[in-house]
Design a protein around this ligand. Structure first.
Ligand code: GLN
Length: 308
């Protein structure tokens, strides 16, 4: 549906210049020391075309903490294995609540609202753990294969720090376990989840790893991970739930399926065309990168490329 474009490089450069001139761009996540130390002025942005061409600006090759961006990949990896049965254990409605909220779980019998709030992501990782015996390892292998970067790895310091400050996630997991919605022992699940969140990758790596969602389910090697319909479903859940209680504003401003993480990264998908990843560690009060959302907003505004 889009006219062929050799490259979005000039648009990226314009955006980087504009962002560089905008002061005051949020604060890094401070719940663990490893994230609090990030410089909020860092900024990188990459585009991956569906043929695997990737380019970018700024710190687009700098690894950062992927955090909740990984929830997209665990969702896809589990959906590919168990199909629709997953949706009996996690919903697909926006929560309108913060990413680490507990409040809706009691009313909804331990079934989290969607796979992208922490409660829902814990359920997905639990189910992937049951099916693979190593959820975080399965995720890492997938990210390495799709990005072509065999050096991607866990940040042990971040994973340990998550565990030390993990009371909220532990509470979510135990609470859902009390409803029978967690299969593995909670400590096993938490270890997998914290390792998952600690994976370091760059904008280039993540834009490439997300490409299967722009290719309607096809992986980099041409094999199929998701059916066309499942790829559509994952994109839809990203659009409605990918930026927590700011998903409405993100859809309004950016108009693309997207997923943020508290490391300051955001991935976004233009189905049939390309994927984007932007990184800047300063967050707004809902946990989304301020400069990241602004950059994606400018990208879709300047190019006219969006799902609308
Ligand atoms: N590791 C973080 C947590 O579970 C991930 C949250 C996020 O990126 N929104 O609290």
């Amino acid at each position: 549906p889009y006219p062929p474009s050799p490259t979005f490089q000039p648009v990226l450069e314009r955006i980087a210049t504009e962002i560089g001139q905008t002061p005051g761009r949020g604060r890094p996540a401070d719940y663990i020391p490893a994230l609090a130390a990030c410089d909020p002025r860092r900024f990188g942005m990459a585009v991956a075309e569906i043929d695997g061409t990737v380019y970018g600006v700024g710190d687009w090759r700098q690894p950062f903490s992927t955090q909740s961006i990984t929830k997209v990949f665990t969702l896809a990896l589990d959906l590919a294995r168990e199909g629709d049965e997953l949706w009996e254990h996690v919903g697909r409605e926006p929560s309108g609540n913060p990413f680490n909220s507990l409040v809706q779980l009691e009313y909804e019998n331990g079934i989290p609202r969607n796979p992208f709030i922490n409660a829902g992501a814990l359920v997905v990782t639990d189910r992937l753990q049951t099916r693979t015996g190593d959820a975080a390892g399965t995720l890492l292998a997938f990210l390495r294969a799709e990005s072509g970067n065999a050096e991607l790895t866990f940040d042990k310091e971040v994973a340990a720090s998550e565990a030390t400050h993990g009371d909220r996630n532990a509470a979510l997991a135990h609470f859902m376990a009390s409803y029978g919605n967690i299969d593995n022992p909670v400590p096993v699940l938490l270890e997998q989840y914290f390792r998952q969140c600690s994976i370091e990758a760059s904008c280039a790596d993540l834009a490439l790893a997300t490409s299967f969602l722009a290719r309607h389910g096809l992986r980099a090697d041409g094999s199929r991970l998701l059916t066309q319909s499942q790829a559509k479903q994952v994109n839809a859940v990203m659009l409605t739930c990918g930026t927590y209680d700011a998903a409405g504003d993100f859809a309004y401003r950016v108009g693309l399926p997207g997923k943020s993480g508290v490391g300051g990264g955001i991935i976004a998908v233009v189905p049939g065309r390309c994927t984007l990843c932007v990184w800047s560690p300063g967050l707004d009060e809902r946990g989304n990168s301020v400069a990241g959302v602004a950059a994606l907003d400018r990208f879709t505004t300047l190019t006219g490329v969006s799902v609308f």
